[in-house]
Design a binder for this molecule. Structure first.
Ligand code: FAD
Ligand code: FES
Length: 289
């Protein structure tokens, strides 16, 4: 069991957790993730280690409540425990001094971009962060990112903060200003990573993406996280999660991600109904006491 030391919502439906895990904190590197189970009958889900403190022995994860397991996880509070936490898993991000590194993140992908931006800066790069979200309420970790990098630029789909537009528009602005990125790291929803990779392929800027394949065991045994990169089959959990964005078959990965959509939706609905029932019982008990 792994104790939750702190838990707080940092955006609608997005919660940040500090979890006691001294051994994982000691070993983890940028780009790595944990597989966790909320309870003993639950599924395992992969979540990136956003930060850690070796001395205090904790790791930080940031979770978006998308379906049943992540929504359940986001109901937990400080003092609660996670059933299992395995990690660090995946290959650490390959970092070098490229020159100018642009870290592009969308939605909760910014949590995953934080350790990569920090490692990029520590390696001597000039680091520019582009954070994109649908609206201003969904921008996370902007202040944390600003402490790590040289410059942060924001875009929102509805124009409620930063540049009105997409992260690809901000990347275009940067290049129009005469800045030539030497390396791009893109982390976020699959369509976003595909769009960035298309844009940078044309102009020949190396681009690394962090693939969010559906995972089951996270150890290379089950094959669930299979993807095609450069015409070859890879397992995202052990060969990645980061790959050359210009070589990824995004269409195939998108189809694989939707494989269990119906079952996921049913399971999520069932969980929400149970939560509503629990809330109503608690309210009724409060009124009668
Ligand atoms: C290496 C890696 C690191 C990740 N890091 C984070 C993180 O730091 N924070 C975070 O909030 N999420 C992260 N994810 C995504 C997270 O694992 C999924 O959102 C989670 O598995 C959803 O589980 P669920 O049961 O709540 O939702 P489900 O009911 O399984 O899914 C709900 C919807 O989410 C989408 N989905 C399902 N699984 C994934 C997946 N693996 N990746 C992307 N979308 C998915 C599908 O569109 C699906 O319809 C990461 C994924 C990977 C592979
Ligand atoms: S999750 Fe099973 S092989 Fe990657």
């Amino acid at each position: 069991m792994y104790k939750i030391l702190k838990a707080k919502f940092i955006a609608p439906n997005v919660k940040s957790f500090i979890i006691e895990a001294p051994l994982i904190a000691k070993k983890r590197q940028a780009g790595q993730f944990v597989m966790l189970r909320v309870h003993d009958k639950g599924e395992r889900i992969p979540i990136t280690i956003a930060d850690s403190d070796i001395k205090a022995g904790w790791i930080n994860i940031i979770v978006q409540g998308l379906g049943k397991t992540s929504a359940h996880l986001n109901t937990l509070e400080a003092g609660d425990h996670l059933q299992d936490l395995v990690g660090p898993l995946g290959l650490p991000t390959h970092i070098e001094n490229w020159g100018t590194l642009v870290c592009i993140s969308g939605g909760v992908g910014t949590a995953e971009a934080l350790p990569i931006a920090a490692a990029g800066k520590a390696a001597g790069n000039r680091v520019i962060s582009i954070i994109g979200a649908r609206n201003k309420d969904l921008i996370i970790a902007e202040a944390q990112m600003a402490e790590l990098v040289d410059e942060v630029r924001i875009s929102t789909d509805d124009g409620s903060a930063g540049r009105h537009g997409l992260v690809t528009d901000v990347l275009q602005d940067i290049m129009d200003e005469g800045i030539k990125p030497d390396m791009i790291v893109a982390i976020g929803p699959l369509p976003m990573m595909a769009a960035v990779s298309n844009q940078t392929k044309e102009i020949g800027i190396p681009t690394m993406v962090s693939l969010n394949a559906i995972m089951v065991d996270g150890t290379g045994m089950c094959g669930a996280c299979r993807a095609t990169v450069g015409g070859k089959t890879v397992f995202v959990c052990v060969d990645g999660p980061e790959f050359d964005g210009h070589q990824v078959d995004f269409k195939e990965l998108g189809m694989r991600q939707k494989m269990y959509k119906k079952q996921e939706a049913e399971s999520h609905k069932c969980f929400l109904e149970k939560q509503m029932k629990k809330l109503k019982t608690e309210q009724a008990e409060e009124v009668s006491s």
